[in-house]
Write a protein that binds this ligand. Structure first.
Ligand code: ADE
Length: 223
């Protein structure tokens, strides 16, 4: 799966994309991620990508032209253009799974007060929010989206089963996990997990996941 990340801070992504699972997925060829500097598409010699808002008010607005040029340069028939913004569709596991089926996502990161509305109308297929709060820019949101979507791309996780029992799959939270040592500061690993009885272990995991959901996120359970 290919991502083009369009932003004013292409270096922003160096940390998150060079670590852990995402770095490995890039190395193995499961993901291709390109960071594109929107300023490279600016007309003037000062590379001005933002301007004051019509109607007044604080902050700056990203200009339509450099963005539309950048998007059009990267777009093919197989691309889907996503704009990260607090006004977008809330990102959840379902949306992430859907997006993981795309071949190519162009992620547009807003800065300052956002982007000129006309470029959203003409170039953007989907607006996505990562939560009901406002970040200083869309770069972090794009990192979150890539991370969540990548987990559904075959081959990115150790084995393809790994996302099946995640929290929020089947509308419930994940069960608790334990590893060595068997006893830690007087707390023991639940007996059943040591039994080697796979059916009983599975039954226990499902029961505890349900109880945990009821306690921590009752809103997920539909009675
Ligand atoms: N940009 C600023 N805030 C955001 C949010 N909550 N989600 C996505 N993009 C954003």
């Amino acid at each position: 799966m290919k991502f083009d990340l369009l932003s004013l801070f292409p270096n922003y992504f160096q940390g998150p994309l060079s670590q852990s699972m995402i770095a490995r997925a890039i190395k193995n060829g499961h993901l291709e991620i390109n960071c594109v500097d929107i300023r490279d598409y600016c007309q003037d010699k000062h590379k001005k990508a933002d301007d004051r808002p019509y109607g007044g008010g604080p902050g700056m607005v990203m200009m339509a032209e450099p963005i539309s040029k950048a998007v059009r340069d990267k777009k093919t028939k197989k691309s889907r253009v996503v704009y990260l913004s607090p006004q977008g569709k809330p990102l959840d596991q379902k949306l992430a799974k859907e997006l993981s089926k795309e071949e190519h996502l162009i992620l547009l990161c807003g800065h300052y007060e956002g982007v000129d509305e006309r470029v959203i109308e003409s170039e953007v297929d989907l607006e996505v929010s990562i939560g009901d709060y406002v970040l200083t820019n869309g770069c972090l949101a794009a990192c979150v989206l890539i991370d969540v979507v990548a987990r559904f791309v075959p081959g990115v996780l150790g084995h393809d089963q790994s996302s099946a029992n995640d929290s929020f799959e089947n509308k419930r939270l994940d069960c608790p996990h334990y590893t060595r040592p068997q006893s830690f500061e007087g707390k023991e690993v639940p007996e059943v997990l040591l039994s080697g009885h796979h059916e009983k272990i599975e039954e226990w995991r499902q029961k505890v996941a349900f109880l945990q959901t009821q306690q921590k996120r009752p809103d997920l359970i539909k009675y």
